[in-house]
Design a protein. Structure first.
Length: 419
């Protein structure tokens, strides 16, 4: 990423965090009955809490027991703050709606009761809750709720990923590919929060599915090869009868993409970079004249970060020379550019990136950015897309309402015009 892009990105992030800090300051510190001196101390503490969430990114390349523990704490604060934020916002909206309904009614009653003999009479506002009291009392409730949600989200995040089974109907799928199984894992984010033990469990669960193909759709790592080489070593034990494939996600580009491509290849996993692998019904000799309808597994680099490093996103190039009658599956980290995928002739796209929103209530809003964000969809009534919710997690170790997943896609033929 170029310097001006980094500066622009940091400017946006710092601005967002400033508004979050200021919002919490106005809601949690200003309404209290503390002295100005005490408020000033709590304000400094709030600033430290909000901006401590940047520490894991500063420590990423210089890890130690101390920095890892600090980073874990910072991620918990991050998760707590971003769980609390929408709760506070929802409270404020509810309070505003309450006032919009209540105050006009009180004024109306006051005007009816007003008389020349009692011109100084004021509205009967005894039943109107003080805004200050409401904020202070409800703040404790919201912080308690956010704390419980953060704890529950952590417990769910540390559980093994769930297995999601999904059948994908491919019209006129050749019978010899009917029932073909593709295990998809995505967005593991091996690093500070996800270690070798977690990956060993993922590999064990994937192998138990006995897939024909394994697809890893990006964001496998968060860190350099020299830091994480041993943590991702269990991926060498992944077992699939017809192939194991990987495509880059945006986080590989933050972590030294070229080194990671080499390392992943050493683990027996083929990287697809605008390239493909053709899976025949049976291994064929060069002398074969009559071609079968084949299954084509193609892959592209990350849609947004790849081009910055010279890795152009090109799903058309990935299947150059492929027969129009073949069954074509695209591995693409981000669930975007679907029109282009469809026009290139693909039947199915496997993606990740969104994490399904990762934890409540953000999972309710991820659809505003990514309409296709979790599970199986039929795009334009012609092409399937499956979006994995993430086999690990990123940032806060939270998975509230959106469990981690391993996906098992089964290709089936329900006949012509099955759509």
């Amino acid at each position: 990423m170029k310097n001006y892009q980094i500066i622009f990105f940091l400017g946006i992030v710092l601005t967002i965090f400033f508004f979050i800090y200021y919002y919490f300051y106005r809601r949690f510190i200003v309404p209290t009955g503390l002295s100005q001196r005490a408020k000033k101390k709590w304000n400094y503490f709030l600033i430290f809490l909000i901006y401590s969430t940047f520490l894991p990114f500063l420590f990423m390349r210089h890890r130690s027991i101390v920095t890892d523990n600090v980073s874990w704490l910072a991620y918990f604060i991050f998760g707590f703050a971003f769980t609390l934020l929408p709760l506070v916002f929802a409270r404020d909206i509810s309070w505003a709606l309450f006032l919009m309904h209540t105050i006009p009614e009180k004024i109306k009653k006051w005007q009816i009761k007003k008389s020349p003999e009692n011109i100084a009479e004021k509205p009967d506002d005894a039943n109107i809750i003080s805004r200050k009291d409401f904020l202070v009392k409800s703040n404790f409730v919201l912080m308690g709720a956010a704390g419980l949600m953060t704890g529950l989200g952590y417990a769910i995040a540390r559980k093994p990923p769930l297995i999601y089974h999904s059948e994908v109907i491919i019209p006129d799928l050749p019978e010899y590919f009917n029932g073909y199984k593709i295990a998809q894992i995505s967005d593991i984010h091996t690093g500070l929060m996800i270690d070798k033990k977690y990956l060993e469990n993922v590999v064990k669960n994937v192998n138990q599915l006995k897939p024909d193909i394994i697809a890893i759709t990006g964001d496998l790592v968060d860190g350099r090869v020299k830091q994480l080489k041993q943590d991702i070593a269990p991926l060498m034990d992944l077992s699939a009868s017809r192939g194991k494939y990987f495509v880059t996600g945006n986080h590989e580009y933050y972590s030294g993409v070229d080194e990671w491509i080499d390392e992943i290849e050493k683990l027996g996993i083929k990287t697809l970079m605008n390239t493909k692998d053709v899976i025949y019904k049976f291994p064929r000799k060069k002398s074969t004249v009559k071609a079968e309808r084949n299954l084509v597994i193609a892959g592209v680099p990350d849609f947004r970060e790849g081009p910055k490093y010279g890795h152009i996103y090109d799903p058309e190039l990935a299947i150059d020379g492929v027969s129009s009658g073949d069954i074509k599956i695209l591995l693409a980290h981000q669930p975007v550019a679907l029109k282009r995928t469809l026009e290139a002739g693909y039947h199915l796209q496997l993606s990740g990136h969104t994490h399904g929103g990762q934890f409540f209530p953000w999972n309710m809003f991820v659809g505003l950015v990514y309409p296709y964000n979790a599970g199986l969809y039929l795009y334009a009534n012609k092409m399937w897309i499956y979006v994995n919710r993430g086999t690990g997690y990123w940032g806060p170790p939270l998975r509230l309402g959106v469990p981690s997943e391993i996906t098992l896609i089964t290709l089936v033929n329900k006949g012509k015009n099955s759509f």
